[in-house]
Design a protein around this ligand. Sequence first.
Ligand code: HEC
Length: 122
Amino acid sequence: MNRVFGPLLTLTLAVAGSADAQELDAGARFFKQRCQACHSLTPGKNSPAGPNLVGVVGRASAATDFKYSAALKASGLTWDVATLDQFLAAPAKLVPGTRMAIGVPNGEQRKEIIAYLASVTN
Ligand code: HEC
């Protein structure tokens, strides 16, 4: 029996796993295109254009040594998945006065990018 179900199970797991991998892949590609010009995901590497985003999921807002806007510093947010989703959809709507000007209107893309951000930790 195992000879039949063993490979089948392996195949099923591989397919289930590749859905996640696809999401991360799409998120990584999207990050390169839309975020990397201003944000680094390399620990300790800072850009004058935006804060480092390593480990940002779950982190308090404005917690790196980047020169944040007064608005983001005063926001007191925690970047959990739901808050990040709201911020990325329309940054200035959640944090009026933020210096992050671009949003990601597509919810599917936000989901991919947040999954990718969550996968990059210190
Ligand atoms: C043109 C530059 C620029 C681009 C492109 C950009 N950002 Fe930002 N981002 C900023 C700046 C500047 C801030 C700090 C905002 C402030 O201080 O109000 C910021 C802040 C953030 C924060 C909050 C970080 C913290 O430490 O509190 C997150 C999360 C974030 N950006 C995610 C993204 C994502 C994801 C993308 C791509 C879809 C992106 N940003 C694209 C400039 C940019």
